[in-house]
Design a protein around this ligand. Structure first.
Ligand SMILES: Cc1cc2nc3c(=O)[nH]c(=O)nc-3n(C[C@H](O)[C@H](O)[C@H](O)COP(=O)(O)O)c2cc1C
Length: 374
């Protein structure tokens, strides 16, 4: 395919941010903040800088407070030192002409006391999400959490706001709220983990309330055109009991429609990793991303299993504005150059996804070196 007919390689105007192309690096937890204070390291700056030819990089999910932690060696953005570490990352990416958003996350009840000085995790209700947490001693089953008080929910929203301010201070170009399944926000949306009877539980509006309160708080710090959200209504693997239910479709319709009132940078949507036949979200099976276009009129990033070909196809179809690539960016730091040159792609090694320091992290060669080696 000629470059001229590869929409992935076209420049893109994201509000007042000019992206070099429409290839986005999807957020990926890599577990390389291997220090007790969860400060981003120079190695992380090198990793992101290697991938700066992406039109936009979205960082790994990053903790908004010490209470948000639930996976080892994942960096935070709630202390001065962490903010300083991120400054190295944003500078390294900007020096190479890239753009980078920070993904702000909180794992809620899917944490473990091992991450929280022995304290129980807290979630919307005292219901075990029945998943696993990656602790210093390996994967451990989650427990029955505490129910968050209203004051704690209000504090959590303030934590997102402060983290967003820290992201600004660290030189990021914007922030993305991590609402992918497994995190605190979907625990509020799900009928399985939210049995609250106050303004955060019960009807759809109440269960979705926290999203808009977080957005309202963050947009006091950032212009809305630099704020985004990533979610999926169709996740089934590694998420315990937070799987699609009979209200998943109506709650997402409600959320998408209401997001039209915010002039966001984009909504980032992950597709289904499995056949949805017989599930409560079966209706999304066909023409998945069109369902989102129908309800949400702002920019959309499509994600999950895209290739160069399917990425170009979805942009050509107009069903998405940008395409994000996860695993392909792990093993192909110069993914954009490879797309330009129609060069072969390397495969990522899952054993080093979350551990291994530089191995499987900064040691994947660019295509030029592949050829030299080959
Ligand atoms: C190692 C790894 C870590 C991930 N961590 C995150 C994360 O921190 N935040 C997030 O929203 N998604 C995370 N994801 C999901 C990716 O952003 C993306 O949705 C997924 O990999 C599908 O895209 P792909 O098929 O192009 O890889 C992760 C995926 C992988 C492979």
């Amino acid at each position: 395919m000629e470059n001229s007919i590869q929409p992935l390689l076209e420049e893109y105007q994201l509000g007042d941010l000019r992206l070099k192309n429409r290839v986005v690096m999807a957020p990926m937890t890599r577990g390389r903040a291997t220090n007790a204070d969860l400060i981003p390291t120079p190695l992380m700056a090198e990793y992101y800088a290697q991938r700066a030819s992406a039109g936009l990089i979205i960082t790994e999910g990053t903790w908004v407070s010490s209470k948000a932690i639930g996976f080892i060696n994942v960096p935070g953005i709630y202390t001065k030192e962490q903010t300083g570490g991120w400054r190295l990352v944003t500078k390294a990416v900007h020096d190479k002409g890239g753009s980078i958003f920070s993904q702000l996350g909180h794992i809620g009840s899917a944490s473990h006391p091992d991450h929280l000085n022995g304290e129980l995790p807290a979630g919307p209700s005292a219901i075990n999400p029945r998943t696993q947490s990656f602790t210093p001693e390996g994967f451990k089953d989650t427990l029955t959490p505490r129910e968050l008080t209203i004051a704690e929910i209000e504090q959590t929203i303030q934590d997102y706001k402060q983290a967003a301010q820290n992201a600004k201070d660290a030189g990021f170009d914007g922030v993305e709220i991590h609402a992918q399944t497994g995190m605190l926000i979907p625990q509020f949306l799900s009928l399985a983990t939210n049995e609250r009877t106050d303004q955060y539980g019960g009807c759809i509006e109440n269960r979705a309330r926290i999203i808009f309160e977080i957005l309202d708080a963050i947009t006091e710090v950032w212009d809305s055109t630099r704020v985004a959200i990533k979610f999926t209504p169709v996740m089934y693997t590694h998420v315990g009991i937070v799987t699609p239910d009979v209200e998943t479709i109506p709650i997402f319709q409600y959320i998408l429609k209401k997001l039209n009132d915010y002039d966001l940078a984009f909504v980032h949507v992950t597709g289904p990793a499995q056949d949805l036949t017989g599930t409560p979200v079966e209706v999304l099976q066909n023409d998945y991303f069109s369902h989102f276009r129908h309800h949400y009129h702002g920019r959309l990033i499509a994600n999950l299993g895209f290739t160069q070909q399917t990425g170009n196809e979805i942009l050509n179809s107009g069903k998405a504005d940008l395409v994000s690539f996860g695993q392909l960016f792990i093993a192909n730091p110069d993914l954009v150059e490879r797309f330009k040159g129609q060069l072969p792609l390397s495969e990522a090694d899952p054993d080093t996804f979350y551990t291994g320091e530089d191995k499987g992290y900064t040691d994947y060669p660019g295509a030029a070196n592949d050829r030299v080696l080959g």
